[in-house]
Design a protein around this ligand. Sequence first.
Ligand code: SAH
Length: 215
Amino acid sequence: MSNETAKVKLIMDLRARGIRSTAVLEAIETTPREKFVSEPFFDQAYADQSLPISCGQTISQPYIVAYMTEQLGLNDRSLVLEVGTGSGYQAAVLSKLCRRVFTLERYRTLSMKARHLFEELSLRNITTIIGDGFKGWPQQAPFDHIIVTASPTKVPKDLVEQLALGGVMIIPLNQGRGKQALFKITRTQNGFEQEKLIDVRFVPMLEGLARERKV
Ligand code: SAH
């Protein structure tokens, strides 16, 4: 199957699986996932699966990207923080649906690669930052939306404090025994409301910057 055919099928599958937002489906349709996967997986770019990328990390499954994006409830004024740039694919999708995306990554290699792709694709409202998601990005806080694409065992306190009033965070929490679930956290006048969504599988969220060999 060509990537073009696979893409048409993917969009139909996402719709069948319950992704309702046409804006989200359009953002997926207009983001060239083949640019974000590693070369050997080029012909699987539109299969609905996660794939390995550099530094032992993964590019998320399109369904999960669409689902999390839909759950964030973005609008064209939204300021979004992403934790876990990885390939940059999720950030690219977000960038089409909001005003500005700040995306944090602990691997310099991944962050630089993503930054070059954003330039190539003229996605000018994404700012890449090499940093630790546990600390968030206080310089630009508060954020209307925070999306975490690596899995911690509990909600990082400094990060959730950077959510604006009325803001929404989507985060995959590790619940032990290899189980993870997505949670939606909303900041209200009275604190934080938490809702459990679907089961997922993400790479772990790790503290501090990654140590990388100098090349
Ligand atoms: N959103 C990505 C998925 C990336 S996988 C995509 O669309 O491709 C999760 C990423 O989170 C990995 O690249 C990992 O290095 C990063 N990560 C893990 N812990 C982190 C932390 N504390 N701060 C920033 N990034 C982190």
